[in-house]
Design a protein around this ligand. Structure first.
Ligand code: ATP
Length: 212
């Protein structure tokens, strides 16, 4: 049974930290595909962000030509923000023959035990935790990791195992990219050229004073 990677994020915008991590981890784990899934932006998140259509368009540009990474818009197809557990259920329906490995940055994993139905997530997938510069684990997540960490993910029908990898560390965040653009700064080499061209053409993340 082959396995797929599931990498969700706001991707506002997608950058080389996401892309390089997705590629390295997918190759390391021998996955057939890594599905990159933009989520709805919850209303409490910092604004301005790009629209769902723009975030998806940038993701598509970023993964164009990759045999491993694919842009997957299944969460944006739904009217509201999706819980990860529901996305996994959707994969069980669309990809019944494939094991699921959920990619999570260590900063996001720190809150994992507060996620909706997190125990069910562990019944439906394995987790792959990606180290990220400066991010540390919370005590509950560390305890979960201690209980479930493995070195390899054998194809024996189990789920709920956790693998943690230190990939190439790129200290890039969408927050800093948005702030740089809002201040009129240069984001070259932080994200793919096609994404940079797109956000410049559409004047995304620019402060209102600059646009008018
Ligand atoms: P923001 O700054 O807007 O919070 P972000 O750069 O953290 O955005 P997200 O789209 O929120 O990006 O992240 C999606 C996933 O990618 C999360 O699991 C996050 O931990 C991981 N991730 C983001 N940036 C990096 C990076 N530079 N290295 C490794 N993992 C990353």
């Amino acid at each position: 049974m082959s396995a797929i990677g599931i990498f969700g994020g706001t991707f506002d915008p997608i950058h080389h930290g996401h892309l390089r991590s997705a590629l390295e981890l997918g190759e390391l784990l021998g996955l057939s595909r890594v599905h990159m899934i933009p989520c709805h932006i919850p209303p409490h998140r910092e604004q301005p962000g790009a629209s769902a259509a723009d975030r998806l368009a940038m993701l598509r540009l970023a993964v164009e030509g990759s045999e491993l990474l694919i842009a997957d818009d299944r969460e944006l197809q739904r009217p509201e923000a999706s819980y990860t557990v529901d996305t996994l259920r959707d994969f069980a329906r669309t990809h019944p023959q494939q094991r699921r490995v959920l990619f999570i940055g260590v900063d996001a994993f720190a809150a994992f035990t507060r996620w909706h139905e997190w125990q069910t997530i562990l019944e439906m997938a394995d987790l792959a935790i990606m180290d990220r510069p400066g991010a540390v684990l919370s005590a509950p997540s560390q305890a979960l990791l201690d209980e479930r960490e493995v070195d390899v993910l054998p194809d024996d029908g189990s789920t709920g195992r956790i693998i943690r990898r230190r990939l190439t560390q790129l200290d890039i965040s969408s927050t800093v990219i948005r702030a740089t653009l809002a201040a009129g700064g240069n984001v070259r080499y932080l994200l793919p050229p096609a994404v940079r061209d797109y956000l410049q053409t559409r004047q995304l993340y620019r402060s209102a004073s600059e646009i008018h």
